[in-house]
Design a protein around this ligand. Sequence first.
Ligand SMILES: Nc1ncnc2c1ncn2[C@@H]1O[C@H](COP(=O)(O)OP(=O)(O)O)[C@@H](O)[C@H]1O
Ligand SMILES: CC(=O)N[C@@H](CCC(=O)OP(=O)(O)O)C(=O)O
Length: 260
Amino acid sequence: MGMKTLKVIKIGGDIIDDNEALLGFLKDFSNLKGPKLLVHGGGKSATDLAKKMGVEVKMIDGRRITDVHTLDIIVMMYAGKINKYIVANLQANQCNAIGFSGADGNSIISTKRPTTPVDFGFAGDVTQVNTEVLELLINQNITPVFCAITHDKNGQLLNTNADTIASELAIALAKTYQTELYYCFEKSGVLRDINDEFSVIESITPDNVQELIQNKIISDGMLPKIKNSINAVNHKVNKVCIGKSEMIFNPFTYFTSITK
Ligand SMILES: Nc1ncnc2c1ncn2[C@@H]1O[C@H](COP(=O)(O)OP(=O)(O)O)[C@@H](O)[C@H]1O
Ligand SMILES: CC(=O)N[C@@H](CCC(=O)OP(=O)(O)O)C(=O)O
């Protein structure tokens, strides 16, 4: 008997910010058959709240510099408000879901990033993913919903980019399932010209990615997505797609495919 297919789906700041879009997505997601896992960001909501609270926001290469005040804000926003709202609305659609940070079930352990060349503060690089609890749930048709928070096993919560959470989970679960990784965001894929929705790059490989980064076609928030996509295809993830969430539900949608 072959392995079951697991879909790991990541949604980002733009869809989370738009309540109607988010509820529409959660309805479609609930109707998806088969094993699935959802990862959400929420960077935009965290930035808005930080500004309201007078906490300075700094991002470098699509990653947040997380000082002690920012850490409080992101834990409240990601593991609290957003995660519980998503789980409640999956329940409203008869999708039995359970919310996770990396501390829950000891599922994702990380270490604080080295402070050179850039000090990102309380940001964690993933060192270990434990899938036992996740597999128990998934096999009972319960859907894990992850926020972008990990822990260091010494009581410290750390901020980890949501794109990285998604790829690390997809890679770790690839030993049990055929995994497919979907990065959903507001554009139709990786665009050759950021202002032209029709300029979707169909396929990106480890061979042509460097050129796209050097030519600044890929920048900002697309950098973590692409780096994590390449890492995933290099570690037995069967399929990696970047585009609008429609790509999961409608076979006629354009998107960018990352392949080996
Ligand atoms: N070539 C590109 N194609 C599409 N988006 C790009 C590209 N280069 C940079 N970007 C930027 O990356 C952003 C997506 O990253 P981010 O804002 O972190 O999204 P999310 O919150 O969904 O992870 C886009 O909104 C866009 O501004
Ligand atoms: C370290 C780091 O950058 N963490 C991210 C985690 C949230 C995230 O990735 O949100 P989006 O997917 O909506 O961008 C941040 O705080 O912005």
